[in-house]
Ligand binder design. Sequence first.
Ligand SMILES: [Zn+2]
Length: 435
Amino acid sequence: MPLHATRRFSLRAATRNALCGCVLSLLATTSLAVPVALTDVRIIDGTGTAPVENGVLVIDDGRIIAVGAAGSVTIPANAVRQSLAGKTLTPGFINTHGHAGAVRGLEAGHYSRDNLIRQLDLYARYGVTTVISLGDDEAEGFALRDEQNTASLDRARLYVAGPVLSAQTPEAARALVDRTAGMSPNFIKIRVDDNLGRTAKMSPDVYQAISERADHHNIPLAVHTYYLQDTKDLIRAGADFIAHSVRDVHVDDEFIALMRDRNLCYSPTLTRELSTYIYESEPAFFSDPFFLREADTGVLDTLREPGRQQRLRGNSAAQQYKASLPVAMANVKILADAGVQIAMGTDSGPPARFQGYFEHLEMWMMQDAGLAPMQILHAATGGAAACMGLSDTGTLEPGKWADLLIMSENPLQDIRHTRTLEQVWIAGKQVYPAP
Ligand SMILES: [Zn+2]
C-alpha cells in the first residue's frame, strides 16, 4: 500500500547523485565483482508472505539478482557459495522515525559528518540498515543522503527532513516550506503538540498552510502528534505520515476510517515514551549483553545516578508519559487489527534513546502490545519501505540492494530472536561483524 497516492516521494537530488555514484562504483568493482549465493537458509523476504524454508539468495554488484526456493533459483557458475543452514535471512530493518547527527553521549550540539557516520555505523551494527531522520537535519546529512546510492556503501542509509518547521503565521509558514523545499528533503516535518499543556500548539491555519505548500512541492508531510483530535485534524489537513502514537485516548472508528481511506502509515515510537521515564530506576536492559555490546559506560553511570533517578520519579511530565504508554500500546494493536499499515519507528537519536538497540526494543514492545512477529517484521522492512516511498530496499527481491540480516534463531517464533543477529550486510557485503 503506497502511502503517497497523490504526493510523490521526493528523491530528485538523491537520484541525480546516484547516477554518478553508480558509474563510479561500476568502474571500481566490475572487473573484480563475483556473485555471492547464500544457500540452505530460511528466507523471510519482507513482503509479509510466508517464509521460504530452504532458500537461495544470489547477490551481484551489491544487489539481489535472484531469490527463492532451492531448485527454483539458478546459481551462476562463478558464484561464491555460502551455506547458512539453520539460520534465517531477513531484510535490513528500516527505522521510519529516527534522528541522526546531533548527540554524543547525552549531549546534543555535535552535528557533523563524522558524528553522522559514527551513528549510521552504529545503526548498521544493529541491523538497522535504513534510517529516516525526521528533523534537525543539516547540510552534512543531505550530503550523505546524496552519496549513498552505491555498492560501496558500508553504513546505514539516511533520509532527511531538514529543520522541524515552526511558524506563527500562514505566510511565514509558506516561506519556510519554500526555503526547506530548496534543500530537497525527503519529508517536511512539523510538531503539533502542547507538551502536556506546557507550551503553545501550532495553530490549524499554520499547519494547513504548511501542508498545502508541501503538497505544492510534492514533498510528504510527517507529523508529530500526541492527541487523537489533533491527529484527525492533521489528516484532514493533508498529513501523509503519522510519526508517533496517539497517546491521550484510545483511537476510534472515525480515526481508523481516516487512516484507511488515505492509506496512511502510523509509526508507534513506543520506545520514545519508555525513554521519558525508564531511567527513574535502572532499566532491565542495562544488563542485556545485546545492549551492553555498544553501550558507553559513562552514559550508563550518568543514567544510574540516584539523584537523577529521584528527580525523574518526581517529574510530572515523565509520569504522564509513563501513563501514556499503555494507551499507545493498545492503539497500535487496534490499528494493526483494523488493517492500518504500521511502520516501525522509535524516535531514537535524542539523549538516552539508544540508536540500534531501541529499534529491537521497539519490535519487542510491539509484540508485547499483541502484534504477531510477521506483522512486526513487515512493519520494519517491506511495509516500512512502502510507507517511506523507498523502492530499492526493504524486501529481498531481485533488483533491490542486498541489505540483509542473518539471525541464528527464527524471529517468527518470537520477535525477541532479533537479538540473535549474527551478521549484517549492506549493498551485498558484510559490514557486521567487521570483515
Ligand atoms: Zn522525532
